[in-house]
Design a protein around this ligand. Structure first.
Ligand SMILES: Cc1cc2nc3c(=O)[nH]c(=O)nc-3n(C[C@H](O)[C@H](O)[C@H](O)COP(=O)(O)O)c2cc1C
Length: 180
């Protein structure tokens, strides 16, 4: 058994200085020392999904992405909404996880932080249900009007958002640390 449980975080925005990335950075303090927290920053390196490339030897970046997620006890996805849906770079990454079943029954939390975000929030949960990830309602959080609720470090300053994030992460951590 691993010494520490591992939570891997994925950002739906690969923009430099992205508020989503900053939010993921700020979650470290909520996760504390109970779990190792790894933010995967390689989504932009994954090639466009193509079933022809998804054979016995998939591209090396795909292999390392899958292998990191295989080691994860839980996953946190934080994403903005792009044109009423899931940003392409994140959807592309999820398409690479279909054949490998990497997220099968994997505990996954979904945080959508955007201007509106409800379409991406629903669509992402639908994508994850196709991948048979474990995404109970209490691990989903839609933060609309996100920019006005954050400071420059991407930390949420509205008390109700901070409480919701803490509750979500406590529930996810509680689940994965009780499953040894
Ligand atoms: C191409 C593009 C499309 C967008 N479409 C939407 C949208 O449909 N709904 C929404 O709420 N925000 C939309 N936005 C706004 C972003 O979700 C918002 O700026 C978000 O905070 C960006 O996250 P980031 O700072 O992590 O990159 C869009 C932004 C871009 C660049």
């Amino acid at each position: 058994m691993k010494a520490n449980k591992v939570i891997v975080a994925l950002s739906g925005s690969i923009r430099e200085n992205s508020s989503t990335q900053r939010t993921l950075n700020s979650l470290q303090k909520h996760i504390s020392t109970e779990c190792e927290y790894i933010i995967y920053n390689g989504l932009h390196k994954l090639p466009h999904f193509n079933p022809d490339l998804d054979g016995e030897t998939p591209p090396s970046d795909v292999q390392s992405f899958r292998s990191l997620l295989d080691q994860a006890d839980g996953v946190v996805i934080c994403t903005p909404e792009y044109i009423k849906g899931v940003p392409g770079v994140l959807k592309n990454a999820l398409e690479w996880l279909v054949s490998s079943a990497t997220l099968y029954e994997k505990p996954v939390a979904v945080i959508t932080s955007s201007g509106g975000g409800e379409h991406a929030h629903q669509a992402l949960q639908l994508n994850l249900s196709m991948l048979q990830a474990h995404v109970p309602n209490e691990w989903t959080l839609l933060i609309s009007g996100a920019n006005s609720k954050q400071n420059e470090n991407g930390e949420y300053v509205r008390e109700e958002v901070v409480e919701s994030l803490q509750k979500l992460l406590d529930s996810l951590k509680g689940h994965i640390t009780s499953n040894s």
